[in-house]
Design a binder for this molecule. Structure first.
Ligand SMILES: [Zn+2]
Length: 97
């Protein structure tokens, strides 16, 4: 499964397909559910030579995206049933691409 030019990869804990765009704010790789969500508060856009960027939206902006037919995404920490296991691994996980 591809999202933009990102290949979805299974979460290490729950095997759900996730994508790793760069955070607009910090530049670090950020795990998002590959499947768009009606509860999503993250938009994806492309910067420069195809780098996928994840930008956190306000609820109002997220609703506007969806109203315009644009997908919104959820951070995988929100939907992962095993997010609590990430804790100490988070720094390492962010180094994955
Ligand atoms: Zn997971």
């Amino acid at each position: 499964m591809m999202v933009g030019n990102l290949q979805a990869k299974p979460c290490n804990e729950c095997q759900a397909p996730i994508i790793w765009p760069r955070s607009a704010r910090s530049g670090t790789a950020t795990p998002l559910d590959a499947q768009p969500s009606p509860r999503g508060n993250v938009a994806l856009y492309e910067r420069g030579s195809g780098t996928q960027i994840a930008a956190v939206l306000t609820p109002r902006a997220a609703a506007g995206y969806r109203a315009a037919g644009q997908p919104t995404y959820l951070h995988h920490a929100v939907s992962c049933p095993f997010a609590a296991r990430w804790n100490k691994g988070a720094a390492r996980a962010e180094g994955r691409s």
